[in-house]
Design a protein around this ligand. Structure first.
Ligand code: C2E
Ligand code: MG
Ligand code: MG
Length: 516
């Protein structure tokens, strides 16, 4: 699932990221161009003003021949002015450095700037870029000098023609004085225009730079394609690696394969009557036998099996194998029991009941020979549901034991509420029997409680004859542990049963013979 999400999301993410980058880069390009033009306009006006203030201070307003001479010199020295003129109160040219050579006419009224002495106007003159900016410096009501600034100083004509993205530049002396309006080649029919508008902070001038989105996409769109393809490849690669790592790292996959390959097998630990020395049954303990023969104990995988839900098919498999393996010997020995470990999750709903009936309902190992162990180590999800399930089992003759008593969550309340048939006292207390007063006292009270609740007691993990003796003294009848036998492979357990527990029809003549 996660791998699929990665495989889909990576190219989608790369595509969206590249699209966002494309839009951002166009926007940035337009803003930078507009910014650059505004800076050039500001710089040109500032230089023009310096030259015009100089002209004004020289008192050229008489328009004498020497005044015209001075104007020519001023233009020659100025890096930005094409013309200098003395203007009348209405802004009309009284005289300038070029005389009647060029006709210059107003195309807008003058726009006053923040400095009332300075105004800007649009004029039309000659030449390929006929419009020009008239910068006017008026030091008194009557006296004004004006200078012409060519738009060529701030419009990057070459870039406009070369960019091939339908680049447009509009410069306006606000409000309404159109100074420049041009559009370069490359616009795409029907495509959206994107623009950036930047106004000068010093003068009433606004620059708009436009471009065709489609043309920009045609130019740089291959990067979106490339990013999407790379994203798809990367996504597939990562997803593949995730799947691989998941396969390798997911214990469920390994365990399921092992189950299908018959690697999980039941072992059987005999449970003995310590008074008579007879086998009363066994506890079925699962083992994972790897193909190389390595035997893995349940401690290494039961936890993961419970967390992942693998415990359900595993339990059923163990039960099926045990039913088949023990069937021939158990069929004639109805008193023998066979205990299976269940986990807390088995007591969530009644599925386990139908599963047990399906396996043992018509097997040689009868339901009355089955003992189900519910451990006290893990908390049960719902005590009432667990009790109901246990009651159903008891009704059909299946016995139920509380396992690992003394170690877990339940304490006394589990014993009282669940009303199981058997109490299995954990090895922890059996170990301390006789040696540790507190543990001995706990075992004593557990045995006492079991007697009151009409439960049988099984002692787990009995390793010494002293422990056997101590248990016997306390009236405990059943025990399992290495002192008698470890968990055995099926064939060994069956042999042991057949050797030690002759079937009823064999027992009678033997007993008769023994009696003489
Ligand atoms: P458990 O149900 O309490 O089983 C008793 C454990 O004590 C077994 O360990 C058994 O081999 C070990 N044992 C028995 N006698 C002695 C002894 O004298 N000395 C010592 N040191 N150990 C002894 P095992 O087989 O390793 O199983 C451990 C636990 O794994 C079991 O504890 C049980 O909780 C769980 N388990 C085993 N098989 C299954 C299974 O099929 N299903 C489930 N849900 N749990 C299982
Ligand atoms: Mg057990
Ligand atoms: Mg136990």
């Amino acid at each position: 699932m996660a791998a699929t999400i990665v495989a889909v999301m990576m190219p989608v993410g790369a595509f969206l990221g590249a699209e966002a980058w494309l839009a951002r880069s166009l926007n940035q390009h337009l803003r930078e161009t507009a910014q650059m033009i505004v800076q050039r306009i500001d710089g040109s006006i500032e230089r023009a003003v310096l030259a015009l203030r100089d002209a004004d201070s020289r008192g050229l307003d008489e328009c004498l021949p020497e005044d015209r001479e001075a104007m020519r010199l001023l233009v020659f020295e100025s890096p930005v002015l094409k013309e200098v003129a003395v203007l009348d109160a209405n802004g009309a040219i009284r005289c300038n450095n070029i005389g009647s050579l060029v006709q210059i006419t107003s195309a807008s009224t003058p726009f006053v700037t923040r400095d009332r002495r300075l105004s800007l106007a649009v004029v039309v003159a000659r030449g390929p870029h006929a419009r020009a900016l008239r910068v006017i410096w008026r030091s008194s009501e009557t006296n004004a000098v004006g200078g012409l600034v060519s738009v060529g100083l701030f419009v990057p004509y070459q870039s406009v023609h070369d960019s091939n993205i339908g680049l447009g530049i509009d410069i306006e002396v606000t409000p309404g004085g159109k100074l420049v309006s041009m559009r370069g080649p490359g616009g795409v029919e029907g495509s959206l225009d994107v623009n950036a508008v930047i106004a000068s902070r010093s003068f009433p001038v606004q620059v708009t730079v436009t471009a065709s989105e489609g043309a920009w996409r045609n130019r740089d769109g291959w990067m979106v394609m490339l990013a999407t393809v790379l994203g798809a490849i990367l996504g597939l690669l990562i997803a593949g690696l995730m799947l691989l790592a998941g396969r390798r790292g997911d214990p469920m996959v390994g365990m399921r394969q092992a189950l299908a390959g018959g690697e999980f097998i039941p072992y059987y630990q005999p449970i003995l009557d310590i008074d008579t020395g007879r086998i009363v049954g066994c506890e079925v303990l699962v083992r994972w036998r790897k193909p190389d023969g390595t035997m893995i104990s349940p401690g290494a995988f039961i936890g993961e099996a419970e967390r992942s839900g693998f415990i359900f098919p595993l339990t059923l498999e163990v039960m099926r194998q045990a039913a088949a393996e023990l069937g021939p010997s158990y069929r004639n020995r109805p008193e023998l029991k066979c205990g299976f470990n269940l986990c807390a999750a088995h007591f969530r709903d009644e599925t386990i009941i139908s599963d047990v009936v399906a396996i043992f309902g018509s097997a040689d190992v009868k339901l009355s020979q089955v003992l189900l162990e519910v451990t006290e180590r893990d908390p049960l999800p719902d005590m009432d549901v667990a009790r109901a399930i246990i009651a159903r089992f008891q009704d059909m003759g299946v016995r139920v034991a509380l396992d690992d008593v003394g170690t877990g969550h339940g304490g006394m309340s589990y014993l009282l509420k669940l009303r199981v048939d058997v109490m299995k006292i954990d090895k922890l207390f059996i170990d301390a029997l006789g040696a540790e007063r507190q543990s001995t006292a706990i075992v004593d009270s557990l045995i006492d409680l079991a007697a009151h609740l009409n439960m049988d007691v099984v002692a787990e993990g009995v390793e010494t004859f002293d422990q056997v003796e101590a248990l016997r003294r306390r009236g405990v009848r059943s025990a399992q542990g290495y002192v008698f036998a470890p968990p055995l492979p099926g064939s060994s357990y069956v042999q042991l049963v057949e050797a030690m527990e002759p079937v009823a029809e064999v027992q009678a003549p033997i007993r008769k013979a023994l009696r003489g």
